[in-house]
Design a binder for this molecule. Structure first.
Ligand code: AMP
Ligand code: ZN
Length: 144
């Protein structure tokens, strides 16, 4: 894949990990992605899957890269089942600061889950009505 220079590349922490400029606990690497353990994990085994090329969010990431990441995420959950006896998983991708993205380089969190592990990813459910759901669905559907 062609290397693109981006103004943020030099200072991007995940680009620096990809280039081996700063240490990380890598669990897998190929031409398209690097996967390493999160330095501040929600739980032991919490991993990140990071694109090798710098893209900010899912929107800029090419489809084939997304496909590759999704397939690797599946493989990783299987490995976590065997290696860590994980009983479930959260796959999470924060896109943009407003959604909690602290590192503006596309990445997916893979978090192994266990009964009573105390991890809180919950939001407070809001009340809605069937007509509000329908109206919202119609708006989105127009762009799909
Ligand atoms: P996000 O909020 O989705 O951008 O998450 C960024 C994640 O990257 C956080 O969970 C951080 O703990 C993690 N992180 C930041 N710096 C490093 C690093 N040098 N090595 C491993 N994980 C990191
Ligand atoms: Zn980057």
């Amino acid at each position: 894949m062609e290397e693109k220079e981006s103004p943020v590349r030099g200072s991007c922490i995940f680009c620096r990990i990809v280039k081996g400029e700063i240490p990380s606990t890598i669990i897998f690497e190929d031409d398209i992605l690097v996967s390493f353990l999160d330095i501040a994990p929600a739980i032991s085994g919490h991993s990140l899957i990071v694109t090798k090329q710098h893209f900010e969010t899912i929107a800029e990431t090419p489809d084939e890269v997304i496909q590759h990441i999704a397939l690797f995420a599946k493989k990783l959950t299987k490995a976590m089942s065997f290696a860590l006896a994980a009983e479930g998983f959260n796959l999470l991708m924060n896109n943009k600061k407003v959604a909690g993205q602290l590192v503006p380089h596309a990445h997916v969190h893979v978090i192994p889950r266990y009964a009573r592990d105390g991890i809180d990813l919950n939001w407070r459910p809001r009340k809605t009505l069937p007509n509000m759901l329908k109206e919202c669905a119609e708006k989105i559907k127009r762009f799909l």
